[in-house]
Design a protein around this ligand. Structure first.
Ligand SMILES: *[C@@H]1O[C@H](CO)[C@@H](O)[C@H](O)[C@H]1NC(C)=O
Ligand SMILES: *[C@@H]1O[C@H](CO)[C@@H](O)[C@H](O)[C@H]1NC(C)=O
Ligand SMILES: *[C@@H]1O[C@H](CO)[C@@H](O)[C@H](O)[C@H]1NC(C)=O
Length: 714
């Protein structure tokens, strides 16, 4: 046997928090060492944090990163273990996303990323140059103080592999794994036995299995040990990096850290037998390929990863394989946004959250996610998580005692408010909001906003003499909308006012303001079914990229898992904005108003964004999916597609001011980072694509008539 003990980690880094990031990196190294590991791998760009974005264009970030690396090199407590650490590098005036491999205070080599992630949320090409030259190696000139420390002026930089006394290892960085021709293939054929993969991968609903499959695939055929490391948590933006540091041997998982957690540092350690890798690579056909691959330059390292462990308390046998751990999508919604909110809250130094509760599903989901956050915090406290205890004491202004239950914590940091109108709001929605707040313990207020509504509408009447009316009272379409919008926008103003004042009202020590949370879902945003600058405008939105269908599933799940029968009431209610007066024969309903169902919206969204289809392409695709005998006719499908694009296009401007939302869904129309498109479109119904749809519908109907006629003849 050739046993080696290896460590990878998930770190809760924060962009530009050089001090905190360094502390967490050091802690992970110390923990890895304590567990007997001889190699420690960390996440992509862990020193400055992955999500620095355009700050990567500032030289200061590179200098600060060297300061941090210098601190790691000169810290003797971190010697005696090989360390693979991520940082950005300037080399010959180009910027690289790189790894430094270090041992006993000396840099062995630098490894720049070959291929950069540049789609969806990623824009690495905007900051970095891809190395793009497999196996090319040159010399890197160290900064002066590092030269003095290192005792030489240069170290190798490039696509190298490291030869230790007992094995051979190499680094891959995130996107490279996703590329069809991943470096690990040739490296493996070239004798590399241990691969490290340092990643900055964010959570996306239902996507973990894809990632695991990719990594498993990387070593199942080729053999090898794969150490996957990732960032964990919110590092200052919409993304939640979902940890899950893992160790694989020949495709089997032998270690996995949590996907959602309030821990700042999670280290995964496994003992693996390199003989298993060698045995896996027995096939002569592999040998034939191996002799044909180009040679990698090797950095000779006078160090052995397999230590004589007899005097250590580390396992003397390989870690057993175990199944991958996945969460249900409902659980992902309960946990991911909750962890993101916690990082945001503690790092923003706000006093808590404020949510306007409407009695509908969406704000209910936001509130339930905050409650889920409180549950996570309480269980972290019970596990003795020092950082969480410290943060809770500060945020919730506890002195010595700390909360015992999620409800107690909720009561200190979570504020809900029902903002009704005498004629529009039903008793049911008002009661549902109240009952929900009772269940989770939030500090609840219940107000009517008729005063604001009346005085605002009066201003127009006084100025012009015009008296706008709702449609049910005989008013025009325009007035009907304008009057709804006034209510909706007033709620936003009141929400911010309450969020600033409520801590003072309650005489909370330290006062402070609350963060206002938004509650619009991804489908509404896509369709533009919301009032610009109403309660959809908030500080952050935990559910802004989650579909209505998923939110309902989440609420159903939480009603049993969190023992909240009240949630059932929300599920049974018809979704309504309650912005028009209720009369004996009229209650506003979302799906009727929108002229499409939430199910359909999800499909349109996916075809538009994920499958990159325009109106005509989407029509053709849906003909296949929704058309056919006894299903929708081409004309009906055409109508739906045109209606969707019509609303999408006239409302795109609303997406430009969408509240920053937790990224969860691949069809999110988030205009800021993820879905870049114009916001003033040519009128849809006159567009080229719509004409093509019409022509196609005509042709299909003509053909159908001919076929019917032919049948009639027989
Ligand atoms: C590293 O892991 C990521 C998954 O986060 C994967 O996409 C990427 O391809 C991996 N890199 C390599 C070089 O295998
Ligand atoms: C709210 O709670 C009260 C008291 O438990 C109950 O009578 C009422 O039916 C609940 N209302 C709704 C809408 O859930
Ligand atoms: C608002 O105006 C309506 C109609 O003018 C009136 O019936 C209602 O009492 C007013 N509400 C308040 C709170 O002033």
């Amino acid at each position: 046997m050739a046993l080696v003990t290896l460590a990878t980690c998930a770190l809760n880094q924060w962009s530009l928090d050089f001090e905190g990031n360094l502390r967490r990196i050091k802690e992970s190294i110390v923990k890895a060492k304590a567990a007997g590991a001889t190699l420690r791998v960390g996440p992509e760009l862990e020193i400055p944090g992955y999500g620095c974005l355009d700050h990567f264009l500032e030289n200061e970030v590179y200098e600060n990163s060297w300061d941090s690396l210098y601190s790691i090199l000169t810290d003797a407590s971190l010697h005696g273990i090989m360390i693979d650490v991520g940082l950005p590098l300037l080399h010959r005036n180009c910027r690289y996303n790189a790894r430094a491999i270090i041992l006993n205070g000396k840099i062995l080599c630098l490894r720049p990323k070959l291929y950069l992630a540049n789609d969806g949320n990623f824009r690495e090409m905007r900051f970095f140059t891809p190395w793009n030259r497999p196996r090319h190696v040159e010399q890197y000139y160290l900064p002066p103080r590092i030269q003095r420390h290192q005792g030489c002026r240069q170290v190798p930089i490039g696509d190298v592999v490291l030869s230790t006394i007992d094995t051979c290892l190499a680094a891959e960085t995130c996107e490279e794994l996703f590329t069809p021709n991943s470096p690990h293939i040739n490296m493996g054929l070239n004798g590399v036995e241990i691969f490290t993969n340092s990643s900055g991968s964010h959570h996306s609903l239902r996507k973990l299995d894809e990632r695991i499959a990719l990594i498993q695939e990387a070593t199942r055929k080729n053999g090898g040990v794969y150490l996957y490391s990732n960032q964990l948590g919110c590092d200052g933006d919409r993304l939640y990096y979902d940890g899950c540091a893992m160790i694989f041997v020949n495709g089997d998982i032998v270690g996995q850290s949590s996907q959602f957690s309030l821990n700042e540092v999670e280290v995964v350690v496994a003992t693996v037998d390199l003989e298993k890798v060698r045995a896996h690579r027995f096939a002569p056909s592999r040998g034939l390929q191996a002799v044909a691959v180009p040679e990698y330059q090797r950095i000779e390292v006078d160090y052995s990863l397999s230590q004589d462990n007899l005097d250590l308390d580390t396992p003397q046998s390989p870690t057993a394989p175990r199944p991958a751990r996945y969460h249900l999508p409902e659980e992902e919604i309960a946990l991911g946004p909750a962890c993101w909110l916690w990082d945001y809250l503690r790092r923003s130094k706000a006093a808590g959250f404020f949510v306007p509760l409407s009695g509908g599903i969406d704000s209910c989901a936001t509130a339930t996610i905050v409650y889920s956050m409180c549950r996570l915090v309480i269980s972290a406290i019970k596990e003795g998580n020092e950082q969480v205890i410290k943060d809770v004491k500060r945020i919730a202004a506890y002195t010595s005692e700390i909360p015992e239950t999620p409800e107690e914590l909720c009561n200190q940091i979570f504020y809900t408010c029902y903002m009704g109108m005498e004629k529009q709001s039903s008793k049911e929605t008002r009661d549902r909001a109240k009952n929900l707040s009772d269940r989770i313990g939030s500090y609840h207020t219940d107000v009517n906003i008729d005063d604001v509504f009346n005085s605002t509408t009066n201003i127009l009447t006084q100025a012009t003499g015009f008296q706008p009316k709702f449609k049910v009272h005989g008013g025009s379409q325009t007035s009907n909308l304008a009057l709804q919008n006034i209510q909706a926008r007033s709620r936003m103003v009141i929400a911010y006012y309450f969020a600033q004042e409520l801590c003072e009202v309650r005489k909370r020590p330290g006062g402070g303001s609350l963060l206002v949370l938004g509650s619009s879902n991804v489908d509404e945003c896509l369709r533009g079914y919301l009032t610009k600058y109403d309660c959809s405008s908030a500080d952050i939105n935990p559910i802004g990229s989650i579909s209505k269908v998923d939110l309902k599933r989440f609420i159903g799940w939480a009603s049993t898992e969190f023992e909240m029968p009240i949630l059932g009431e929300f599920l049974d209610a018809t979704p309504t904005a309650e912005l028009e007066p209720i009369t004996a024969d009229y209650v506003q309903s979302d799906e009727v108003d929108m002229q499409m169902s939430y199910q359909e919206l999800s499909r349109f969204g996916t075809l538009r964004k994920v499958d990159h289809l325009g109106p005509y392409g989407m029509f053709l695709r849906l003909l296949e999916e929704w058309g056919g005998v006894g299903k929708l006719s081409p004309r009906e499908i055409a109508h739906k597609v045109k209606l969707f694009f019509h609303f999408y296009q006239i409302n795109r401007h609303k997406q430009t001011v969408a509240t920053p939302a937790y990224h969860a869904e691949s069809y999110s129309p988030d205009d800021h980072r993820f879905d870049l498109r114009p916001f003033l479109y040519p009128p849809g119904f006159e567009s080229w694509s719509f004409k093509k749809i019409d022509e196609r519908v005509e042709a299909l109907e003509q053909r159908q008539k001919r076929q019917d006629a032919a049948k009639g003849l027989k």
